[in-house]
Write a protein that binds this ligand. Structure first.
Ligand SMILES: [Zn+2]
Ligand SMILES: [Zn+2]
Length: 452
């Protein structure tokens, strides 16, 4: 009798585990489905009303209002920039739910100075004056409106599912990701004194090449560090017809631009990815005048800090050495300035955390909808939430935003898809948001699951 009862209990327990796993997903699907129309409406509103980096006033107020309505304790206006005229529009919503881990989820909120050309009914028509006084179109061309919508959807799901997790959930709306100074501004303003310091920080970013309905992950280095470097090449001006009495900075700048490319091909290990791009070159006013200076603007990308430092040292050496070889006097040696603000470390996805997340995505979305994605040389400032030396494990994953039929067509024709920062970037709203909310909610539930 006792033996039979024991057998029955074991059977019930064994049968119960997979059943609980399966039913835990089904209510989430239904819950997201019920919210989807409202979330897509929110997305379209946000898409039509983008705000540039450092000016996310209305977007952050909207995020704050929504989180407050859901019962989160909200702190607004977090962020201190080097330029005092910029207001820090960071938002954080905290939901305490007993003893357990502290998990931070971040969504960035800013848009880009891009004139939208998608022709969508909810396309942005916003035009503003930028900091330089030029009128520019504004567009959520990087899909940060997807991120905000997903954050709000996740916020709602986790309120409804609060009996399934324990701990403190921190949802962050971050300003100024595109200018890579927003996360830094929030931390400089004492973010981890205003909200509990997290045990984990996670984020998602939409991806224009991954089909909507899928997610992608990268373990270890996922995005590169970015460093802005300016070079002022100085010379001795004169008449264009008498180069012998001048020192032409245009020719020296041209030599520098080409020589810089040998840093990657000849000085760094082929196994250490790195990029040096001269994105802007300006000098001179007229055909027959040799100018006094030429300005170069560079972006430098790398994963490892020692590689980044070596790149910068090489840039300086090549700039100065080339000028010296051209006979530019020492007092007019090129000025090489490494920006202290336009700089962000590499995004390193903690391997153990990434493995946990990829496993939970496989369970939630099916193995066919979870793809291992290669690392890229683009940059993000999300890694800063992990603090210097990756003190807090962080992971950023990709959420597919592309129309699957367009991905198919692109593979067939070889024509690239319109990705992030393109005026034609158009995430497919329903499946992208649904998958984003499901993946992020499942990720948080995994990290905060109730220990019974
Ligand atoms: Zn972007
Ligand atoms: Zn982005």
């Amino acid at each position: 009798m006792r033996k039979t009862l024991f057998g029955i209990v074991v059977l019930i327990l064994l049968a119960g585990f997979p059943a609980r796993e399966a039913t835990a997903q089904q209510p989430l699907d239904g819950m997201i489905e019920r919210e989807l129309a409202a979330l897509v409406a929110t997305y379209k509103l946000l898409h039509a009303a983008p705000e540039l980096s450092h000016y996310e006033e209305k977007t952050s107020a909207f995020v704050a209002k929504e989180l407050k309505t859901l019962g989160y304790t909200v702190t607004e206006r977090i962020g201190k920039y080097d330029r005092p005229e910029w207001v820090g529009y960071g938002v954080a919503g905290v939901l305490k739910n007993g003893e357990g881990p502290i998990v931070l989820v971040r969504a960035d909120m800013d848009a880009l100075p891009v004139e939208e050309k998608t022709g969508l009914p909810y396309a942005s028509k916003v035009r503003v004056k930028n900091d330089a006084g030029q009128e520019v179109g504004v567009m959520h061309a990087c899909g940060h409106d997807v991120h905000i919508t997903t954050l709000l959807g996740t916020a709602k799901m986790l309120v409804q599912l609060r009996d399934q997790w324990r701990g403190t959930l921190v949802l962050v709306g971050q300003p100024a990701e595109e200018t890579i100074d927003g996360a830094k501004a929030m931390l400089n303003d004492g973010l981890y004194g205003k909200i509990p310091k997290p045990d984990y920080a996670i984020a998602l970013h939409d991806h224009g090449e991954i089909e909507a309905g899928k997610v992608g992950y990268t373990s270890g280095f996922a995005l590169a560090s970015s460093t802005s470097v300016d070079i002022i090449v100085r010379g001795i001006g004169g008449h264009g017809s008498t180069p012998q009495v001048a020192k032409d900075p245009v020719v020296v700048a041209a030599q520098i631009v080409l020589a810089l490319q040998t840093i990657i091909s000849r000085e760094t290990s082929p196994l250490d990815p790195a990029v040096v791009t001269v994105g802007s070159i300006h000098g001179g006013t007229k055909r027959n005048i040799i100018p006094e200076e030429v300005n170069l603007q560079l972006t430098v990308r790398a994963y490892k800090e020692e590689v980044r430092r070596k790149l910068i040292a090489s840039i300086e050496r090549i700039a100065k050495g080339t000028a010296l070889a051209a006979g530019i006097p020492a007092e007019l040696s090129p000025l090489v300035k490494v920006s202290e603000t336009e700089i962000t470390p590499a995004t390193y996805n903690d391997p153990a955390l990434t493995e946990r997340l990829s496993n939970v995505f496989t369970r939630a979305l099916g193995a066919e909808n979870v793809v291992k994605w290669p690392q890229i040389m683009g940059s993000e400032d999300f890694g800063r939430f992990g603090l210097e030396g990756q003190q807090i494990p962080t992971a950023l994953f990709w959420v597919g935003a592309a129309d699957p039929s367009k991905v198919e067509e692109s593979k067939r024709t070889g024509k690239p898809l319109a990705g992030a920062h393109s005026p034609l970037f158009a995430p497919l709203p329903e499946p992208t948001i649904k998958t984003g909310v499901k993946a992020m909610t499942s990720a948080v539930l995994e990290l905060m699951k109730r220990q019974s």
